[in-house]
Write a protein that binds this ligand. Structure first.
Ligand SMILES: [Cu+2]
Length: 155
């Protein structure tokens, strides 16, 4: 009785809350990929996650895909004077050894272009991330409601 209760607790702890999912490829830890629900007819969506390099050599996020989008770009947002500007990073995003790179609203992020269907709360979206050295990994994006994290201007 005690034992089965304990294993139940362990299972719950192990599965954890939905917002704590993560992945591992080579020396890279990928934490909590998420995106935001989109209004009907929206053509783009942002993707967010954090990547930690536990290895001794740098790696680079160079691309990826989303099952419901035509393509994925890696973007950066920066203040240009008083205006927040976004630009693609064609060479991708370097993750130095020992460093964690956060892709988050208002900063680095993934841009899913050419959405074929809306992103819906409660329905995870599959995709891939491609790293120069570690290779390709399949991930799932948790979907947060619209307006969950303010600060990412529409673009
Ligand atoms: Cu963008």
């Amino acid at each position: 009785m005690k034992r089965s209760f304990l294993s139940f607790v362990l299972v719950v702890l192990f599965l954890g809350p939905v917002w704590a999912h993560g992945y591992k490829i080579g020396a890279l830890d990928i934490a909590h990929p998420w995106t935001r629900a989109t209004p009907k007819g929206a053509a783009i969506a942002g993707g967010y996650l954090s990547i930690t390099n536990k290895g001794t050599t740098p790696d680079r996020l160079v691309g990826g895909s989303l099952s419901i989008a035509d393509r994925l770009e890696i973007h950066e947002m920066k203040m240009q004077g008083t205006v927040m500007q976004m630009r693609p990073l064609p060479a991708g995003l370097e993750i130095k050894p020992g460093a964690t790179v956060e892709l988050k609203p208002g900063s680095f992020h993934l841009m899913f272009m050419g959405l074929k269907e809306p992103v819906v709360v409660g329905k995870r979206v599959k995709g891939t991330l491609v790293f120069e050295k570690a290779g390709t990994i399949e991930v799932e994006y948790a979907v947060e409601p619209v307006g969950q994290t303010p600060g990412h201007p529409n673009h």
